[in-house]
Design a protein around this ligand. Structure first.
Ligand SMILES: [Zn+2]
Length: 279
């Protein structure tokens, strides 16, 4: 397998609100302990079974909440298994259903302190960015710290502040063991890489994001890209093609195992950001 990205769906919010079957996808496993559970093909959400409850990474939007809940059941889990809700960054497409998920599960919500402030100060650039989506406000219960991993069951998630796409965009790294052969894999999801908020046109209108975030993203890439990752998961499944192998996972086959993808993915995103700087 080699790294491949694909175009995102057109007009995804309206499609999810009015013709959701066009973007629907059943839950599928991506690693020994993790399932893709957003129920739709635009925005990713992942459920990690820690052996003592589950961790949910990102929630997608309220218009696709029922698809996510359905996908959690399809994965063999229930919403009441969720003990923590981790949010990658404060854009509506990742956090829009957070209020509902918190009410449904009682689980605390984690987000970076930087993006919690960004959300409070610039709602029209974060939670209510798209008029077709109708998220509810929520409170963040805990902030991330690079030096303090999040632990549940036998899973330990290291969080890394990776600014650029937003101020407090946060990436996640954790280890899983293949129960068949005992191999250990580092699984990761980058918190956000979209160049749509890392260009001069965006900065000209933005109240919260400034060009130094783009500088930081470019400067950090060698360090972030050098992290060894065996299974790289995208926050939007078009960023790293994973849908084409949906349903193929077995512990023996490990269809998503490829330690070249993470670095290639980071290089590609830097290329996209630099391409916009030449316009
Ligand atoms: Zn975003």
């Amino acid at each position: 397998m080699s790294f491949r990205c694909t175009p995102p769906p057109k007009d995804p919010v309206r499609t999810l609100a009015t013709e959701p079957w066009k973007l629907a996808v059943s839950a599928f496993q991506v690693s020994p302990r993790t399932w893709y559970v957003s129920g739709q093909t635009w925005v990713g959400a992942y459920l990690i079974d820690t052996g003592s409850g589950c961790i949910l990474i990102d929630t997608a939007i309220p218009e696709s909440l029922y698809m996510l809940v359905n996908a959690i059941y399809q994965s063999g889990h229930t919403p009441s298994d969720i003990r923590m809700i981790l949010l990658s960054h404060a854009h509506f497409d990742h956090i829009g259903a957070a209020a509902a998920l918190k009410a449904l599960t009682g689980a605390p919500i984690y987000m970076s302190e930087e993006d919690t402030r960004f959300m409070a100060e610039c709602p029209d650039e974060t939670l209510v960015l798209d008029p077709d989506s109708h998220p509810q406000l929520f409170t963040v219960d805990k902030f991330y710290h690079n030096d303090t991993p999040i632990r549940l069951g036998d899973i330990e998630i290291r969080t890394l502040l990776t600014p650029g796409h937003t101020i407090g965009c946060t990436s996640f790294f954790w280890q899983e063991t293949n129960p068949v052969n005992g191999e250990r894999y580092t699984v990761a999801m980058h918190g956000g890489v979209g160049a749509n908020t890392m260009n001069d046109n965006y900065y000209a209108k933005s109240k919260g994001l400034t060009p130094d975030l783009r500088d930081r993203f470019l400067a950090d890439e060698p360090k972030v890209g050098a992290i060894h990752v065996d299974i790289a998961l995208p926050s939007h499944p078009n960023q790293i093609e994973i849908l084409d192998k949906a349903g193929q996972y077995t512990h023996e086959s490990q269809p998503y195992l490829d330690s070249t993808i993470w670095a290639d993915f980071m290089h590609e995103r830097v290329r996209q950001v630099k391409a916009l700087m030449k316009d």
